[in-house]
Design a protein around this ligand. Sequence first.
Ligand code: ADP
Ligand code: GLC
Length: 484
Amino acid sequence: MNLLLVASECVPLIKTGGLADVIGALPKALAPFGVHARILMPLYAAIRDAADGAECVLDLGAVHGGPARILATTYKGLDLLFLDAPHLFDRSGSIYLNEKGEDWPDNPIRFGALSLAGARVTTEGVAGWRPDVVHVHDWHAGLVPAYLRQAGDMTPCVMTIHNIAFQGLFEPEVCGPLGLSRDLFTPEGIEFYGRVSFLKAGITYSDKITTVSPTYARELMLPEFGVGLEGVLQSRKHDLLGILNGIDLDLWNPETDPHLVAPYSARSLKRKATNRTELEERFDLVANPDAPLFCVISRLTQQKGLDLLLDVLPLLVDRGARLAVLGNGEPGLEAAFRKAAIDYKGSVGVIIGYDEPRSHQMQAGADAILVPSRFEPCGLTQLYGLRYGTLPVVARTGGLADTVIDANEAALSAACATGVQFSPVTAAALGQAIDRTCDLFADKTLWQGMMRRAMRHPVGWDKSAKAYSRMFAGLPGIAETIGA
Ligand code: ADP
Ligand code: GLC
């Protein structure tokens, strides 16, 4: 079965969050199930080198005021189709934001073009290749199903929601330039409170909708989490499916990770301590073998609940614990964490920025990873934490609830705990969770047992890739093309 994945980012090319990890890992995970996946993404300035030697497989002509074409290449095992449209993507700044940190004003056109390209690759084919299924990810690719249906193309579509907080909402005037028929601009179509919603378009015109954990799939149908789309999703309840993300077990393997000062396994946990010492030095933290070293690796945004962590720092420091933070995002949170590093010198260390190798070193060196998110569709850092024996301390929401087994009395008696969960997502509950983690850490035998168990917990793609392939097989006309 041929699958076209359409997305705005992909590891190892370009990444702002977990979406990129998932897009980069899915093709390899799906291949054993007879799915041949190609990724269509924009050719941003920062990744132009990856298109060296690429072949033009479809000339799209003029798209939104400039030439556009599809280039095909392979890169580190990925089969890629690039949308090459320099007037839209060949610019400095981040992929979504300009140098001032604001959304690029022409984002509806830029990602509308990505969606249009996805539809044209599907209907016209590229060098004799056509997808049997189109799998679109988040709002950036949300218009693909709308364009296809508008053109009368019924190729089955699946929309995956990685984060419903980002919907791609724009003024209705964009319909004209985007070539969207006004007939689609209805509450049953792409209209959302007077604006165009790219995400709603994807949901409405796809055959199936998935999200990245079973708990988030249920949460999405509630007003607290659905961000206004809960009704639309309730009406598609029978087509909505939660499939957990996995992680790339080759890229995230503590035994072979090239970024670590001392690679280790569940049988050589002593070596993890060497990584801890390196982390303490790098973050200017005092050593204390009697209390845990917590880490945070995160976008600094309201979603991630890290303002709550700032509130409970006195408690964490009082317990003799330490905290290493790597993150960037909202200027207010960046400043608050910078200040915390000064106020709690030796106990709190902060690096503001984005640093992939450092994120691996932190997963290896810390004892526990904090993820106090207000909502979390899946979350990947707690999965990396499990794999590295760095026990996750997480809010009981979305994918965090589905992947971490809380060390409550029942789980401790049954010897199945892998971390700590807390609820509600408040500073008080987070404080209690940190307290509880310090108590667990103090019992070395118990803690090491949890570490070993966490490292054995399945966090790869096997089960989820199977679930995706089964779902694809259930789409109209697909069963015969797939070995699910
Ligand atoms: P989200 O996609 O909502 O940001 P996820 O947990 O799904 O959350 O994915 C975040 C990804 O980005 C993980 O791979 C994490 O390691 C990485 N990451 C987040 N912040 C940083 C940072 N400052 N430096 C390096 N990697 C980061
Ligand atoms: C989004 C979510 C995160 C999820 C990631 C990959 O960025 O915020 O929870 O893990 O997508 O699906």
